[in-house]
Design a protein around this ligand. Sequence first.
Ligand code: BGC
Ligand code: BGC
Length: 793
Amino acid sequence: MRIGMLTVASVMLVAGCAQGPAVSTAPVALAQAAPQSEDARIADLLARMSLERKVAQLIQPQINSFTAADMERYRFGSYLNGGNGGPYGDEFAPASQWLKLADEMWEASTEPLPNGEPAIPAIWGTDAVHGHTNVIGATIFPHNVGLGATRDAGLVRRIGAATALEMRATGIEWDFSPTIAVARDRRWGRSYESYSQDPDIVAPLGAALIEGLQGKVGTPEHLSGDRVIATAKHFFADGGTTQGVDQGDVSGDIAELKAIHAKPYPAAIAAGVESIMASFNSVNGVKMHGNRDLLTGVLRDEFGFKGMVVGDWNAHGQIPGCKVDDCTQSLLAGLDMYMVPDDWRALHANLMRDVQNGTIPMARLDEAVARVLRMKLRLGLLEPTAVKPSLRPNGGNFALLGAAQHRAVAREAVAKSQVLLKNDGVLPLAAGAKILVTGRGADSVAQASGGWTLTWQGGLELTNEKYFPGATSIWTGLKQAAEAAGGSATLSVDGSYAAKPDVAVVVFGEEPYAEFEGDRKNAVFTDEEGLNLLRKFKAAGVRTVAVFLSGRPLWMNREINAADAFVAAWLPGSEGAGVADVLYGKRPATGRLSFSWPAHCDGKPVNGPEGALFNLGYGLSLGERSTVGKLDETCAYLNAGPAADWFVDGKLAPGTMITGDGAPLPGLRGQAGGIAARGVDRKRQEDAREITFAPGATLSFAHRQSGSGAFRISYFLPDQPQAPVKLTLGKNNVDITRQLALSAGKGWREMIITDACAPGLGQSLAITSSGPLKLQIAAVSRQAMPAGADCSF
Ligand code: BGC
Ligand code: BGC
C-alpha cells in the first residue's frame, strides 16, 4: 500500500521532471512525503527497478569504453577513469573536460525512465591516491610511504579533505583510496602505496584519510558536498605476496595473516568507509575475487562491514573458470560491483542470464544492488534536490585544484616525511653556503611524484612547465631557501661546475612506476647516477647531501658511504620546497622510518631489527650526528653476467634454431606442426612474434653454441591458458600454467628461468601447451644470474 503510493508519487515526479527545465538535472530516484529510513527508501527503489537495470548497477566500465548513449541505454551503477584514461580520450584534458563528462554522464544516467522506474545516477570513481593526480594542476601529495614517516593522522586527515575538494571541483565523487596494504616485502612494486610494514601504523593513518575524504561520521561534514566516498583497498593481504610479486599468492596460517594484513580494516570500517576494494591476490591459492570465506565470512560476518565491495580491474577474470566478461562466482563470493573496464556489455548479458536461470539468487542480486544504492543515498545523490556535478557547491571551482592552502598542507607533509638517515654535520645547510644542486631528480616534479601521476605509470617525460603548473620542484625550493638565507644555489643536472661549491645536494632515485611494473627481484638500486655524482664530489673535497627519491627503502650502502648526509625523501610530489624546509632547518627533521631499511641487497623481507641497517622508527633530528661507519659494499646481485641473445626484437640472432613440433620454423615465421607464427608490434612494427599453439604443440629454441645461464624471455600472454603449459629445459619439465594465469593480460613481462626451478638448465628451451594458446615473444636470451636467484614470471 505504502509502496504503491510512493510509486504513484514518483511517477508524477518523473513526468514533472521531463518537462521542467529547472529540475531536469535532478534524479527522479526518490520521492517521499515523510522522512523514511535508508532501508525503506532502498526497498522502494529496488521494488521499482527492472532486472536489467539492477544488474547494471553492478557494472563499472572505464570512461573510454562507452558513450553517453551507452550510459543512457544501460544505466551503469558507476564508471571509472583508469590510470591512463581521461575524458574524451585525453588523459591530459583540462579540468573543465572532466567536469563536462561528469555532467554528461549524470544527465545520461538520470534521463527519466518509463513505468515509474527510478533513474539512478551513476557515480564516477577515480584513483586520487596522492591527491587528485589524474588531473593537471592538482596538488600532488607525498605517496603513502612518505606519509607513514610522519605518523601524523591529523595531517593525513587534512590531505583527505583537500583531495576531496579538488575532486569535487571536477565533478568526481568516489575515490579508490586509501590503500591500507601492509607491505611486507619491498620487492613489491606497490610498496609506496603502503603507509608502513606495521599494521598499527597503517590503521590510524588509513582511518584518518577516510575521515578526511568522507568527513567524520556524525558531523554535518560527513558525506557533504565537500566530501567524497573513500575506498579501503585491497582486501586483503595485497602487501603479503610471496617474494612481493604483485597480484601473487599469500600463504600461511590465516589467523597470522589476518593479524598483519587485515588489521587496518576494522579501523577503516569504524571510520565509516563506504566501500572496500577486493584484491587481485590470492590467499592460500584462492583468488580474493572468488574467496567467499574471506570476502563474506571475514569482511561481513566477522568485521561487520555494511558498505559496498567493488572489484579491481578485471580481477574477477583471474578466477579459475571465469572470464573477464563472465564471472558469476565473484558475485556469489561477495563482490558487489565489477570493475570491468571494457567487457561490460557481455558481462551484463552473462549476469542477466545467470539471474534468469537461477544461478544468482534474486536475494543476492538485491543485496548487492542495495549496497550500491545505499552508498549513493548517503552521498545525497538520490535526493530529489540533487543536481548535476557542475551545479553543486564546489563543481567548476577550479581554483580549488592546487589551491594555495592545499599546497601548504602538501609542503608540510613533505617536510614531515623527510627521514634523515645520516648526518656528519653538513645539515642543516649553512645560511650563506654556495650550494650546487644536481641529479636528474632535482628539477623533475614527475620523478618526485612517482606512479599514479597524470598517467598510470607516471614518467620522466612529463615536464614541469607543461604538466605541473604551479608545482615547486626540489631544486626551486632549494634555490628559494638558499637565497632567502643569504647564500646561493646553482642547478647542474650532470654535476659539472665552474666555481667549486661548498656543498653539493644530489637528488636522485627511482624512476616512476606503478603496480607490477615496479616489482623487483632484489633490493639493489642499479642506476648509478647518484652514486657517481656523490663519489665525484667527495673526491673533489665538496661536502655532499644525498636526497634519495624512492617508493621504498633500497640497499643504499654505497651511496650512504659516499654521502656526508643522506635523506630518504620518498615520493614527495608537487611541493618540493618541503625538502628545503628541512635541509635549511626551517622545520625540524621529525620523519621516522615506517619501514625497516635493509642492510643487505638480496631483497629478502626485512620487517624488524633482523637484517635492518636502520630499524623502523629510526630517523635523526637535525641536531643529532650519526656515525654509521663504513658500510659493506659487496652485493652478489650487482654482478649479473653479460647476456647472450637468441632472439631479439622479434628477430633471430645468429646460431639460433627454432622448431615447431620438431619441424624447422626458420625465423619463427609461418607454420610448422601445430605452431603458427606471425609478426606483431610491441614498440615498433613487427618487433615481436605471436605464436598460436594447436593443442599439444611444442615450440623449441636451441642454439648452435652450448650456452649457460638463466633463460630470459620477454613475453606477452593476451589470455588465460585454457590447459596446462609446460617448459622443458634440458631434462627438466616445469609446469608454468599457474604463473601464466597470473601474468595473462598484464602486458609485456619477463620470465626468468634459473636453475632454482630447472636444475642444470640445459641447452634448449621448449614450450608445450596442451590446449590452444596464443603467446607473444619479443626476446629470448641467456644470462648468468647471481647464485640463488629465483625463477620469476
Ligand atoms: C589497481 C587499483 C585501482 C584500479 C583502477 C587496478 O589495477 O589495482 O588499485 O584502483 O586499477 O585504476
Ligand atoms: C589502467 C589502470 C589499471 C591498470 C591495470 C591500466 O591500463 O589505466 O588504471 O590499474 O591498467 O592493469
